[in-house]
Design a binder for this molecule. Structure first.
Ligand SMILES: [Mg+2]
Length: 212
């Protein structure tokens, strides 16, 4: 038996799409549609988009309230063809699919719902750090999946070199890193200690199908 566990953000979909969805929601909720482009430009320039937008448009909200919208809105995000094809093919090969993601429950669950991941992944194979009580690279996250199916081969697919692969490598999982196509929120730096590196680097999720 094989179990393949995926990271969520910048692995199964691009987190920048979540950010855009949140900015659009804010702009529409506050009746300032032109604010969307402005905030996106600020974000790309590394400025504080919330603070600047409140000042420029004299918005009757606080940074904390915008952050709350960011975290709790129902995002308009979707799986792309590569992700959809890969999940469908893995499922057709009777490979068990799992998800391990760090973040707040409400935020990550809204993403999971919007992406329709429940179609591919059983709820008991979805681990969200806030609900679980710890996050990557804590050994307990990986043990959760190993304890359920002790005789399976485990694989992890992620994008974050600082936390996604180090414990998986140590526990004997096969690790794969989806390379940044230029859209990732966090940049990848492969000049780190070898235990943090993935076994495979892939340019598209479809490459998994040849590696598993
Ligand atoms: Mg990620």
């Amino acid at each position: 038996m094989k179990v393949i566990v995926f990271d969520l953000d910048d692995t199964l979909y691009k987190e920048i799409d979540f950010l855009k969805s949140a900015y659009r929601e804010m702009a529409e909720n506050l009746g300032r549609p032109e604010m969307y482009d402005y905030m996106l430009r600020l974000y790309r320039d590394g400025d504080n988009a919330f603070k600047c937008a409140i000042e420029k448009y004299h918005l009757p909200v606080t940074i904390e309230q915008l952050l709350e919208i960011y975290r709790t809105h129902k995002p308009h995000i979707a799986l792309d063809d590569a992700a959809r094809t890969t999940l469908a093919t893995l499922m057709s090969r009777s490979i068990v699919l799992g998800l391990m993601t760090d973040g707040r429950s409400v935020t990550q669950r809204n993403k999971i719902e919007a992406l329709g991941l429940g179609h591919w992944i059983g709820n008991e194979d979805i681990l969200v750090s806030e609900e679980f009580g710890c996050g990557k690279p804590d050994e307990r996250c990986y043990r959760y999946f190993m304890d359920k199916r002790p005789n399976a081969r485990h694989y992890y697919v992620g994008d974050n070199l600082s936390k996604d692969f180090v414990m998986a490598n140590k526990l004997g999982w096969t690790t794969m890193c989806l390379l940044d196509d230029g859209r990732n929120i966090f940049k990848q730096d492969f000049t780190i200690e070898t235990q943090y590196l993935p076994k495979y680097k892939i340019n598209t999720l479809k490459e998994i199908l040849n590696l598993i």
